[in-house]
Design a binder for this molecule. Sequence first.
Ligand SMILES: [Zn+2]
Length: 177
Amino acid sequence: MITREKIEEIADSIRTTLGLTYPYDPEKATTLLNGTIKPISIDHKIDAAIKKNGEKGFIIYLNIDEPVLRKRFTVAHELGHLFLHMGYLNDKKKWDSISDDGFQDSAYFRMLDNYSQEENEANEFAASFLMPKTEFIEIAQQNLSHNQYSIKPIADYFNVSVSAAINRGKWLGIFAW
Ligand SMILES: [Zn+2]
C-alpha cells in the first residue's frame, strides 16, 4: 500500500519536474512524458487503459466520448497507474518486468464495481495531480462563508467535477465525510 502522503509527494514532483503550471493539464503531461493518447470508441465499454510502449514510452487509451472533465480525471488516473504501479521513471526493475502488452486497466474494475486498492491509489494520484494540496486549501478558503464551502467554484477553478472536488476535500480532511 502506498500512503496518501507519498502519493501527494509523487504527484507534486511530477508537476514540478515537468514545469506544469495552473491549469494542470494531464494530456500535456502525457506528451511531455513521452506518452501517447489513443482514442477508443464507446463500444469498448471502458473509460481508459494504459499500456507500456517500448522501453521509453506508454500509450493511454482514452474513450473520447466521455465528458471533458471526466477525460481529464481519467488521464490523470492512468498516469497514477504509470508511476505508482508500473514503475515508470522511478522503479526500473518494475518497469522492466512489464511486458508491452501489460495492461493496467482501471475501467475493468469499475465495471465490476470492485474498487481495488490500486484503483483507489490511482484516484488519489489524479486528485493530487489536478488539485495540489496547498492550492486546494487556499481556493477552498476563498470559497468559505458562514462555515460552509461552495464546492462548485472550487471544482470550476480546478476544472474537475464537483464530486472529484468533494473527494479531494475529504481526503485532505477539510470537508466533512
Ligand atoms: Zn485504474
